[in-house]
Write a protein that binds this ligand. Sequence first.
Ligand SMILES: NC(=O)c1ccc[n+]([C@@H]2O[C@H](COP(=O)([O-])OP(=O)(O)OC[C@H]3O[C@@H](n4cnc5c(N)ncnc54)[C@H](O)[C@@H]3O)[C@@H](O)[C@H]2O)c1
Length: 326
Amino acid sequence: MGLRAGLIGCGGLGKVHTEALQQLDGMKMVAFGDIIGEKAEEFAAKYGGEYGTTDTQHIIEDPRIDAIYICTQHDSHADLCIRSLDAGKHVMVEKPLALTVEECLAVGEAVKRSEAILMTAFKMRYYELIQKAKELIPEPLLVVMQMMDNRWPDEIWANDPIKGGGNVLSQGCHSCDILRYVAGSNPIEVYAGGGNYYQKTGVVDNLAAVFRFENSSVGNWIQGDSNSPPLTSKFYLEAFAEGKSVTLSDRLCTLTYSENGKEPQVFKGTETGFVEENRAFIEAIKTETPPPIDHIDGLYATLMVLQAFESLESGRPEPIASLVEA
Ligand SMILES: NC(=O)c1ccc[n+]([C@@H]2O[C@H](COP(=O)([O-])OP(=O)(O)OC[C@H]3O[C@@H](n4cnc5c(N)ncnc54)[C@H](O)[C@@H]3O)[C@@H](O)[C@H]2O)c1
């Protein structure tokens, strides 16, 4: 019999994960929860679910459910992860894992005392050309990750300091995860500049930072919502090694590979990821193996952003890996 999942948070990403599961064998979304009852019922009706409810604890404790998808605003992620793991449910949690280091660590404790697995949803790791970049330059010296969006409205929840944390935190954890993934190493420290320039909620809206990694590589991170530049596109990545480089533009869907003395090569890819991360989650549950992206990855991504914020305040480099080890 296939695995049965429950969704908490029937919004944009809840829809994406439910529809990704419909394209895969092995797991079906059967229960739908949301603080807004109509949304839960609408999803249950649309996707052939068994029920929709505002009582999320009912889904978490439902013995006929194997896994919980957490697709709510960021301030509820940690609590929902912990309650689900303590009820023995596998968890797929949308990024960021949580908004504070304490919350990330509390989720880590719940993972340790549970036999269930937790996967943090970082779909960009599955982009074809991110994989290609790692294959072409497995040991980069320098990595540049830029994610610049058009201005986010002040009133959306993602710009709320409590519910969302702002563009730099909300989307920046994707960028930081990719920087660490492509660098192939954990970050020792970060030095950042930037801050709150215009969002009325006071969140950090634009930032540039440098990470030093344990393998001696360096990562440069640019994140914000002052404008999405047409030349690079919203997502842009470069990695350099001696005598070669990769440049990913066009939302990471065009990769240009350059090697000294050779004609540049161009590769095309697509924005894959949601189906692939769900396939990997199902596989990990079925084979009882660790998920490919876990709570430690979630912790690192959140910490990379939060310590960059710390550096904005202190004016100094701030540690990362030593905090995780401690
Ligand atoms: N991976 C990606 O590329 C990507 C893209 C966009 C958003 N996200 C993430 O997905 C998550 C959800 O974002 P979204 O855009 O779908 O938001 P959304 O506002 O469309 O949906 C969130 C839903 O959660 C419900 N909700 C909020 N708190 C709840 C609670 N405590 N219990 C039950 N339901 C609750 C809301 O009523 C809403 O229906 C966030 O973590 C966000 O950062 C990821």
